[in-house]
Design a protein around this ligand. Sequence first.
Ligand SMILES: C[S@@+](CC[C@H](N)C(=O)[O-])C[C@H]1O[C@@H](n2cnc3c(N)ncnc32)[C@H](O)[C@@H]1O
Length: 368
Amino acid sequence: MQESGVRSGAFCDSNPQITLRLFDKVSNPKSIHGIYPYRGKMSALDAAHVISQLPSAANLLDPFCGTGTIVYEAQAHGMKTIGVDNNPLACVIAKGKTEPIEAQSVLDKLSSAISDGQSQDDAPRMPDSPAKYFHTDTANQIMRMVQVSAGFNSYLLSALYGAICVAARACNGWLWTSTSIGRINEPLRKIDFYSTLLRKVKKHIEFVNNGPPAEIHTHDTRQIHDIIDEESVDIVYTSPPYFDALDYTNYYSKIVLEILDMDRASVREGLIQRYSTYRDDMESALAAIDRVTHNESLIIFVVGDRKVRGELIRGSEFFTEIAPWDNPYVVEREYTKTASGLWDKINKTQRKEQIIVWDLANGGRKPE
Ligand SMILES: C[S@@+](CC[C@H](N)C(=O)[O-])C[C@H]1O[C@@H](n2cnc3c(N)ncnc32)[C@H](O)[C@@H]1O
C-alpha cells in the first residue's frame, strides 16, 4: 500500500513519520463502528492506522469525538483516552463502544427486556414525525422497547438506537441511502423490531473494548478546560466539524432524537457548524484545546477542502491560519473510493482530504 508521510519529533523518535493510508476501503464491516450510522463518522481504518504509530503510554483527547471512532481505536491501542462532544446521542454511542461489558449478562438483560416489552399492555404512541417512516406494528414494537430501556447500559442503548435506524430503512424497502433518508417508499413493510434489535446486539458485542473505560463527556469543546486539567493531554487527534457540513442532529439521528423526545433544537444550537460564526467558534475551541495541551503535545486534525458558494476552501489552510500552533506538517490525499469521490466526479471538483500535524516540541506556538 502506498503512503504519504509527515515528520513528527515529539513522540516518534525511532520512527519519526506519521503516515496516512491512501484509501482502498473506508470501513471495516467486522468492527463495532457500524453499530450506529452517524453522519460524519470517520474511517476507522484510518484512525487505527494513525493510532498504531502513536505511543500507547500517551493520553489522547478527541475534542469532537462524535460516536467515538478515534476514542475506541486509541483505547484498543492501550491509551488512556478522553472523548468530548456536545451531542448527547453521539456520546451514548461513544460510551457504548468503550465501556467494558459482560456479554452474557447483556444478552440476558436484553431477552428479559424483550419479554417485558412484548407483555406491556400499552405502549406510548410514537410521535407523528418519526412514525411516518415505520409500519404501525414496527413503530409499536419500537416504543415498547424504548419504554423498557431505562436500565439499559450504553452498549444496549447504542444497539437500540442503531436498530431503530435499520428498521426505518427496512420498513422503506432498504431503499434509503445516505442522501435519501426520509423518503417514504410505500407500502411500508412490517419489520419485527425485536429480532432486528437482537441481531444488532449480537453482531457487535464481541468488539466492545474490555480494557479500562474511556472517559466520555457531553460538553461544549469551547469550554473543555472546565472538565480537563490544563496541560494534561499528550495527543489531540480529531476530525472537527465543518461549516458546510452535516447537521449532526439530522438524518437518522433526527428520527432517533424525536422518538426519544430529546430536544433536538437545543443540541443543534450548541454545534459549531454555522458558516457565519464558524471561524470565531472554531477559534474559541482551538484556544480551549490549547489550554489542555503542553509544550510537547502532538495535535492531529483530519480536515478537507470544502466548496462554499462556488469557491474551494482548503481545510489545511483555514486551520493552519487560525490555530494557535506553528509549523504544521500536512499530508494530503484525494477522495477516491468513497461517496465523497463520487460526489467530486458528479460536481467536477477535486477536493482533497488533509491531515495536519502540529508537533509542539518542534513547532511550538505562534507568537502572541
Ligand atoms: C466530524 S464529526 C466527528 C465524528 C467522529 N470522528 C466519529 O467518527 O463519529 C464532528 C463532531 O463535532 C461535534 N461538535 C460540533 N460542535 C461542537 C461543540 N461546540 N462542542 C463539542 N462537539 C461539537 C459534532 O456533534 C460532531 O459529532
